[in-house]
Design a protein around this ligand. Sequence first.
Ligand code: NIG
Ligand code: FE
Length: 424
Amino acid sequence: MKPLFIRNANEVITLKGSSEHPRKLEQMENLEVIKGGSVWLENDKIIAVGTDEQLYEQFMHQIDEAEVVDARGKVILPGLVDPHTHLVHAGSRENEFNMRLKGASYMDIMNAGGGIHASTKATKEASHDQLYAESKRRLDHFLLHGVTTVEAKSGYGLALEHEIKQLEVAKQLNEDHFIDIVSTFMGAHAVPAEYKGRPDEFVDIVVNEMIPKVAQTKLAEFNDVFCEHGVFTPEQSKRILQAGLEHGLLPKIHADEIEPYGGAETAAEVGAVSADHLLKASEKGMEMMAENDVIGVLLPGTAFFLMAEFANGRKMIDKGVPVALSTDCNPGSSPTVSMPFIMNLGCLKMGMTPAEVICAATINAAHAIKRGQEIGSIEVGKKADILIVDVPNYMQLPYHYGMNHTDTVIKNGKIVVDGGKLCV
Ligand code: NIG
Ligand code: FE
């Protein structure tokens, strides 16, 4: 593969210097921008980053053998990272969308056998190949929106065989597709219909059967639970997350999404890598997260789509919580792949600045899936995952809302989106 020389961008957003820890407080505003910047890539790695003059001087004798990308007038960013998706699922739920628009609530629909249960039924009935095809399509769209790594959860099987089927689809997509996928087991996404009224019996199965088996297959790195009134209690969630830890699965938690329920506190108590959603998180919960370095993964697409109150991103950042952003891509509460739109919402609905949403969608998102050392910033030695957006400065990215400014995406050193179109 020829070296790739991306030249003369108006701005290179490097975010350098935070591979060890996520950025928090005022560090989230510091993007480490190089004006008139260039990047030199070889194979799948970033070899050099600096001003165009610096790189021209350094690689003068190799320029003839490199493929040159002209980034004049544009901005270079690290490839976006989406740290919370329900990528692998079958079907869609526009019927429930219609019901919600007429006044039904998300939880009422779920308690009546729809919601997560509807997608579980569809996913159980789907073959590996069908799930693969539906999920691959979503991955293509992620790439077209500048995303180069996603986390993907199981959780629409709710029985070992079907949870494994979802995780196997994610594994195969990780091998076949340009986007890297980091997998999470989420057997505790809902109490299955056959265990209605007996949630502890299902928790026993998750803890004693599913978690040990999933850990053995090495199909997941993380373990997640829907801690919510009427789903799993904080105590049940703790049991599930601790069982995962005993088997090497790192804890994540869907916390305080619909009602205040002590999810943020639970995350801090079990030492979760991240607590996600947090629309209704308490002040105390936020403070406990900050003290225990739990990353707050905020999913404003969910509040938008459920027509709910947004998480208080501003307050979390000011309290010292390292904040990341994600789509929550799923068929019920956030059917989108658009990280750029999520970044718009971060600014407009959660009080975050353009610099903070970029930090939250790159290096902090990478930390939320334990990939801060490999991706999320443009630094020598990191993976050559690069996004070029067709705007003259980074502030315009979340300013033109609802637009996709993706011009070029480079994944593992290869151009995969060119002029806004897939080219592989
Ligand atoms: O993150 N809250 C639980 N899980 C998803 C929604 C899943 C669904 O509705 O299918 C979420 O919002
Ligand atoms: Fe989710």
